[in-house]
Design a binder for this molecule. Structure first.
Ligand code: XMP
Length: 509
């Protein structure tokens, strides 16, 4: 990237990506790096500013994460947030102590409007606080520039050394002028010029792809999701006629999805290979009921099918992947327990024998990928698609998977997506159906029926790590139930899933 860059040092705080996105929204490129990245490496990035994230530790603990102390002498402006601010104070000779009373939530904060961070703002600011430690003594040469009722030093500055710290979280929406404060740090302290935009990212990546692949060919696994779709559109713009997209239909896609791929990408300057591998997947899954087994089989078969197809294509030299920035950022957290082995189309074995990998979206957050998709003229239905698991409907058919069950689920799912999608009164971030393995007795006319029970799942969530069930109006639930039981043969009962995550997960398997 040729842009001015802000380096974000990750101390394990949950808002690190939010900080990076806010900086980018201000028109300044940002990268997230681990907290212990050596100064030499940071220098190579030629940053115009450095931001320290928050984190769960206490600065005064011997074991807590610390940065390379030479960073403070680079002359590059630094802004510490929460733990990042405490760490700066601690490492430069100040004192950090546990708060008598922790401070969580939106708080009134009095700020010194003479400070460059707060210039032009009201002296009373509403900010989000979330801390159990606080700075009790500032290092020499530093001034206190904010306070709350609980926290006597809610922000500090050393204008000469261009080092700043805020105890609150300016990156979250609840801090009313938080973005404005970040903007002031970027433009008034770091001297940012705001040279980062999606238009110029797109142009740069088009150039980079051309340089990387020359006249050679690129193979891309197209899943129908936003990332691989935007990647395909970008590559066909960069090197028209040199891209082969392989779309493997495992038979678990939603209604109309494979046809839409054909229409959208068939009209672009790329070779589209559509492979119907549903027979193979279904036969491998015959008799399999265990969710993890299903996921593993689908992952393995997917990689196999992809290898088979790519070898038929005379081996294009490059492999493209729709990897995006959150997949790349190294996590400061420990490895967590495997709840589900996620499968994505990007999850191909590393050793497929390509000359190189092309990942033009690797530096982008999801909302930025969508903006690129728009610039490339992709339809909204593709760009704003809800997350759809790699194994598709296979993990929404509980128990053994059969064509008959898949067809039932596909029809019901289309109704649910249509009705919830058009309901203005319903707030739901993801909604779909699950075909349970339970049949139940019913009555239609004078006859007994014994058909499947279908579950409707709709959730509200901001990060898909936790969720609540969506409060769907009763009228809409009634409509879903009536349409599904009338229009979908094989469903005799419809239930609504009212479980949050935790304890449940969003998908049933
Ligand atoms: P869970 O069920 O883990 O789902 O609460 C969280 C989010 O992830 C999606 N999901 C997947 N996405 N490959 C994916 O790309 C997968 O294997 C997979 N499994 C679940 C799920 O739809 C939800 O949005």
């Amino acid at each position: 990237m040729n842009n001015q860059t802000v380096v974000i040092l990750d101390f394990g705080g949950q808002y690190k990506e939010l900080i990076a996105r806010r900086v980018r929204e201000c028109g300044v490129y940002s990268v997230i790096v681990p907290f212990d990245t050596p100064t030499e490496k940071i220098n190579e990035m030629n940053p115009c500013g450095i931001i320290f994230t928050g984190g769960p530790n206490s600065a005064y603990d011997a074991e807590s994460p610390k940065c390379d102390e030479r960073l403070f002498n680079l002359g590059v402006p630094i802004l510490g947030i929460c733990y990042g601010a405490q760490l700066i104070a601690f490492m430069l000779g100040g004192k950090v102590i546990p708060c008598k009373k922790s401070e969580y939530g939106i708080t009134d904060c009095t700020v010194d409007t003479n400070s460059v961070l707060f210039r032009g703002l009201e002296s009373k600011q509403r900010v989000l606080m979330s801390h159990t430690d606080m700075i009790s003594v500032l290092p020499q040469g530093f001034d206190n520039i904010a306070a709350t009722a609980i926290c006597p030093c809610a922000a500090f500055e050393n204008g000469k050394r261009k080092i700043y710290g805020v105890q609150f979280h300016p990156e979250v929406e609840h801090s009313e002028n938080g973005t404005e404060m970040i903007r002031k740090f970027l433009f008034d302290v770091c001297g940012a010029v705001g040279d980062y935009s999606m238009e110029n990212y797109l142009e740069e990546q088009i150039d980079a792809v051309r340089k990387q692949v020359g006249k050679k060919r690129i193979l891309l696994g197209l899943s129908g999701g936003a990332d691989s779709s935007v990647c395909a559109a970008l590559l066909s713009r960069a090197v028209p006629g040199q891209v082969v997209c392989v779309y493997i239909d495992h038979g678990f896609m939603r209604k109309g999805e494979s046809e839409a791929i054909k229409t959208i990408f068939g009209a672009r300057d790329l070779d589209l290979v559509l492979v119907d591998a549903s027979e193979i997947f279904l036969s491998k899954l015959s008799g399999v009921t265990d969710p993890e087994k299903k996921r593993k089989i689908i992952g393995t078969e997917f990689a196999r099918a992809f290898e088979r197809e790519s070898s038929k294509l005379g081996k294009p030299e490059f492999l493209a992947q729709g990897t995006i920035y959150p997949d790349v950022v190294e996590s400061g957290k420990n490895k967590s327990a495997v709840i589900k082995s996620h499968h994505n189309v990007g999850g191909l074995p590393e050793d497929l024998g390509f000359e190189g990998v092309v990942e033009p979206l690797r530096y982008l957050f999801k909302d930025e990928v969508r903006k690129i998709g728009k610039l490339l003229g992709l339809p909204d239905e593709l760009i704003y698609r809800q997350p759809f698991p790699g194994p598709g409907l296979a993990i929404r058919v509980i128990g053994e998977i059969t064509r008959e069950k898949l067809d039932i689920l596909r029809e019901a799912d289309a109704i649910v997506r249509e009705e919830i999608g058009k309901s203005k009164r319903t707030k739901a971030d993801q909604y779909f159906c699950v075909l349970t393995d339970t049949r139940s007795v019913g009555v239609v006319g004078d006859f007994r029926t014994y058909e499947y029970t279908l579950a409707v799942r709709a959730v509200t969530t901001s990060d898909f790590m936790t969720c609540q069930f969506a409060r769907i109006p009763y009228g809409l639930l009634a409509k879903l139930s009536s349409r599904i039981t009338n229009e979908v043969k094989g469903v005799g009962r419809v239930v609504y899933d009212i479980t949050g995550k935790p304890p449940a997960t969003i998908e049933w398997e």
